[in-house]
Ligand binder design. Structure first.
Ligand code: GLN
Length: 187
C-alpha cells in the first residue's frame, strides 16, 4: 500500500514516519504533477488551514484532490486537514468540502488552546490526543461520531474519510493509522 501525504505546509513528515512504521510506503504531494503517480490513500496533515487552502488553489490541487476524495479515496485528515475536508466552517469559507460536518476553527482559543488528554475512540479504546489550536466539530450526524472530549466532537468516520481534531502523529500510538490502513485495504 502506498499513502500520499499532502506536503505543502504543516507536519507532514511526522505522518510519514508513523505510516512507515506500519510498513506503508509514502509519497509527498507538493504539486499537481505528483498526482500522476498512483497511490492508495491520502493524508491531510495539521498546520494552518488558511495557508494550506490558499496553496491548494494556487497549485491547482484543490479540484483534483476533491474529486479523488469524493470518488472514495481513503483519507485521513488531522486538525487543519479536518478543516479542509469540512463541508461547513463556522469562521471561514469551505475548501474541499467532502465531509458532512460543521467545524469551528481555533475552537479552544488561539493561545490557551493546546492540551493533551486521553479519550475513547469508538472501536479502538482510549487513545492519546494532543490538541494544538485545534478545531472541533459543532454539527455532525451522530452515526459518524467516533470520539468526543468534554461533549465536543473531535473524531468522525464518514465513508472513506477519517477526520480528527487532534494530532495522532505526535503520540506513540499507531491505532488510528491501523484503522486507516484497514479501511484502505478494504478499498
Ligand atoms: N488552527 C489551525 C487552523 O485553523 C489548525 C491547527 C493545527 O492544525 N494544529 O488551521
Amino acid at each position: 500500500m502506498k499513502a500520499a501525504v499532502l506536503a505543502v505546509q504543516g507536519d507532514f513528515i511526522e505522518h510519514e514516519n508513523m505510516l512507515r512504521r506500519l510498513g506503508v510506503e509514502t509519497m509527498e504531494i507538493r504539486q499537481s504533477a505528483d498526482l500522476s503517480e498512483p497511490f492508495d490513500a491520502l493524508v491531510l496533515p495539521g498546520g494552518e488551514s488558511t495557508v494550506q487552502g490558499k496553496l491548494l488553489n494556487e497549485l491547482d490541487l484543490m479540484k483534483p484532490l476533491h474529486d479523488k476524495i469524493a470518488a472514495g479515496l481513503p483519507t485521513l485528515a488531522t486538525c487543519a486537514g479536518l478543516i479542509l475536508l469540512a463541508e461547513h466552517i463556522e469562521n471561514d469559507g469551505s475548501y474541499l468540502g467532502t465531509l458532512p460536518v460543521t467545524v469551528r476553527r481555533n475552537a479552544y482559543g488561539r493561545q490557551l488552546g493546546s492540551f493533551y488528554t486521553e479519550s475513547q475512540w469508538q472501536g479502538i479504546g482510549k487513545i492519546p490526543m494532543t490538541f494544538i489550536r485545534a478545531p472541533f466539530i459543532t454539527a455532525a450526524d451522530p452515526t459518524i461520531v467516533r470520539a468526543t472530549v468534554d461533549d465536543h466532537i473531535v473524531g468522525v468516520t464518514y465513508r472513506n474519510q477519517i477526520a480528527l481534531s487532534f494530532h495522532p502523529e505526535l503520540n506513540d500510538d499507531l491505532r488510528i493509522y491501523e484503522q486507516f490502513i484497514k479501511m484502505a485495504d478494504r478499498n
